[in-house]
Design a protein around this ligand. Structure first.
Ligand code: COI
Length: 356
């Protein structure tokens, strides 16, 4: 836990509301685990139904060395955020979308999944039980991490005999160390994130392990992350290790279409809708990597990264820069619109936020 030398005040007041805050340094949050108080655990065995979920103290879990998740990677995760408003109240962002995406992934991974109602209720209870960890307005958000794993033992590679749905949370700040400053990407020419028919379109835990090697190599060379191309033609943009990508040219915004190898991001989907409302023309289609040469701006979207401007993309040794390496105006505008809505600073005409 990060502790602030000077932080003694662990409560905040605003108008009539008082709320308790954990005693940590809220200005220092990055995207790292800060252990909180409770997690939610719900199990499912043979009948395929989850039941009797409960909140337990956050801590280690016990698994058979032969569990499906440890041996065969039968696991999915989700990520969503909750924000605190100035009056102390808390807003979740589109939790049903994460529930639906987990259900879609579970079908691909031969796992039973919680219903949308069970998922949303679990998320809600976990946030409420950890509410002192939701950062004060403007200092970050509470990142919620639901997991669905084959927790039962199986030596033979078959679906596990027991599944565990678990939700834990951590307060977070910016994902990239650059903060909101533009990041520098490099096009990955050797490794691929996904193949047609594979699991790139779901949040399978293994997708993220296989991205570690190219990502570490890019970081060692000073880049923030890699930009993947499709594995068949090695030509069309796919996504970054942990976020979707958008390309801006005038009033036109394009993003790779969802066709099994790209994660259907909830921030991606939200940004498409917000941009259309602001009269941008948004196209979801194949984007040849050469189109980057013509782009005015490039930005990434994701729950963790929110909207992250891209300052440059290096492709086959050539560095393509966007704007003056500053935050693009379109990325800035969409970031502001989305985050004001998520934080409850503007009226939510989309019906995306859920008050706790
Ligand atoms: C998210 O944006 O929530 C993700 O799941 C990406 C993860 C690698 C942090």
């Amino acid at each position: 836990t990060i502790r602030c030398e000077s932080s003694t005040d662990n409560s905040s007041t605003h108008s009539t509301d008082t709320f308790e805050l954990a005693n940590i340094c809220w200005d220092d949050l990055g995207f790292g685990l800060v252990e909180t108080d409770y997690m939610y655990v719900m199990k499912c065995s043979n009948d395929g139904n989850f039941s009797k979920g409960e909140l337990v103290r956050f801590g280690n879990i016990e698994l058979s060395p032969s569990s499906g998740v440890l041996n065969y990677g039968q696991g999915l995760f989700e990520g969503l955020k909750a924000y605190r408003k100035k009056d102390g109240s808390i807003l979740m962002f589109r939790p049903e979308e994460n529930a639906l995406r987990m259900r879609m992934g579970a079908e691909r991974m031969c796992m039973p999944a919680p219903t949308v109602a069970q998922f949303v209720e679990a998320v809600k209870l976990t946030i409420l039980e950890n509410k002192r960890w939701v950062p004060p307005a403007g200092k970050g958000s509470l990142y919620i991490r639901p997991l669905l794993i084959g927790s039962g033992a199986t030596l033979y590679p078959s679906p596990a005999p027991e599944f565990t749905f678990l939700v834990y949370v951590s307060p977070v700040g910016n994902y990239f160390k650059e903060g909101l400053a533009p990041i520098n990407l490099v096009v990955e020419n050797e490794y691929h994130r996904a193949t047609p028919g594979g699991t790139g379109g779901i949040k399978a835990i293994g997708n993220y392990a296989s991205a570690l090697k190219p990502q570490s190599a890019a970081k060692a060379k000073g880049y923030s992350d890699v930009l993947y191309l499709d594995s068949v033609h090695k030509r069309y943009l796919e996504e970054v290790s942990s976020c979707n990508v958008f390309v801006v040219k005038g009033r036109k915004i394009t993003t790779p279409e969802i066709r099994g190898t790209i994660l259907p991001g909830i921030t991606r989907k939200s940004i498409i809708d917000v941009a259309r409302k602001q009269d941008f023309q948004v196209e979801e289609r194949l984007i040849p990597v050469e189109e980057l040469l013509e782009a005015d701006e490039v930005f990434c979207t994701g729950t963790a990264v929110v909207v992250s401007p891209v300052g440059s993309v290096t492709y086959l040794g050539k560095r393509i820069t966007f704007g003056d390496n500053g935050v693009g105006v379109v990325a800035q505008q969409l970031y502001s619109s989305l985050t004001s809505l998520q934080m409850g600073l503007t009226e939510d005409r989309m019906g995306w936020t859920v008050a706790l």
